[in-house]
Design a protein around this ligand. Structure first.
Ligand SMILES: Nc1ncnc2c1ncn2[C@@H]1O[C@H](COP(=O)(O)OP(=O)(O)OP(=O)(O)O)[C@@H](O)[C@H]1O
Ligand SMILES: [Mg+2]
Length: 267
């Protein structure tokens, strides 16, 4: 198992209070050393706030410490995601074996194809996962198969809204509850990217009452802050993290020389 203390952070989390670090410089110290293993964390914010980049970055840096990841993308295709991560200084070729990208960006078309493949592999199984549980069933079956075959400690689902589009959640509250229960049953540390819509002024209107917020153990909120007539900065804050004494302040989030880092937001 990877050491929680070996690379950039030298805080106090030891084996008994192991943490999954974000490797966002300065941020882990503000959230009690990192995320407790097994937590489901929402990475929530409007478009362009670097949700996918941050999610991949967390996996990437944990993989360099010996963990394994799986990135499920339902929005951006794997190639464009990899290009973006390369441009942020991550060495994707080296990481790709340890963080396979399960590309569902072609939605239902890809899922149908996968369903047929799985059916022909399991000839004796009369009902495909799709027939039994719809498109969500095939995603879950494939993720479980990858867990059995390759194993992974960290999982990203990018994004919840795209998943809902392909999986169709007729009873959103119940379907979300079941989905989070399934995530927990995998016994991994999960990150669920979720979109929010900025209001007319361009500020994020964070709705603390949405169902996934109650279901998640932790929430990182990302937003764009208009600081004056010309400057806009990215911000991050930890809205909640169960069983951890963490700061809830907004910090300015920047990316420089392959690292994300925070600085104290002043305004
Ligand atoms: N090499 C880079 N260095 C710094 N910032 C970058 C770089 N490449 C992209 N960006 C920034 O990252 C943003 C996109 O990040 P990302 O795709 O992670 O955001 P997102 O919140 O997931 O967006 P979406 O809602 O479209 O999924 C770009 O709009 C750009 O501002
Ligand atoms: Mg994204």
């Amino acid at each position: 198992m990877a050491s929680s203390t070996s690379r950039e952070w030298s805080g106090s989390a030891g084996p008994s209070n192991e943490r999954i670090m974000t490797y966002v410089r300065g941020f882990d110290e503000e959230i009690g050393g990192g995320i407790p293993p097994g937590h489901i964390t929402l990475i929530h914010g409007p478009t362009g706030t670097m949700k996918s980049s941050l999610a991949y970055y967390i996996l990437y840096n944990n993989v360099l410490e010996g963990r394994k990841g799986l990135y499920v993308t339902l929005e951006q295709d794997a190639e464009s995601l990899a290009d973006q991560m390369e441009s942020l200084g991550m060495e994707i070729v080296a990481a790709s074996k340890l963080i396979p990208i399960f590309d569902l960006s072609k939605g239902r078309e890809k899922l149908q194809e996968l369903d047929e493949k799985m059916r022909s592999l399991k000839k004796r199984v009369p009902n495909s996962p799709v027939a039994e549980n719809g498109f969500l069933g095939i995603i879950q079956a494939k993720v479980e198969e990858l867990k059995r075959k390759r194993g992974f400690d960290l999982l990203v689902i990018d994004s919840l809204e795209a998943l809902e589009l392909v999986a169709n959640f007729p009873d959103r509250r119940k379907n979300l509850f079941d989905f989070f229960e399934w995530l927990r049953s995998l016994n991994v540390t999960a990150f669920v990217v979720s979109e929010s819509t900025p209001d007319l002024l361009g500020f994020l209107r964070f709705q603390e009452t949405f169902d996934e917020a109650f279901l998640a153990d932790a929430i990182f909120e990302l937003k764009m802050e208009i600081v004056n007539n010309v400057d806009v900065q990215r911000r991050i804050r930890c809205v909640k993290m169960r069983s951890v004494n963490h700061k809830t302040d907004y910090f300015t989030l920047i990316h420089e020389n392959k690292w994300f880092e925070i600085t104290k937001a002043i305004c």
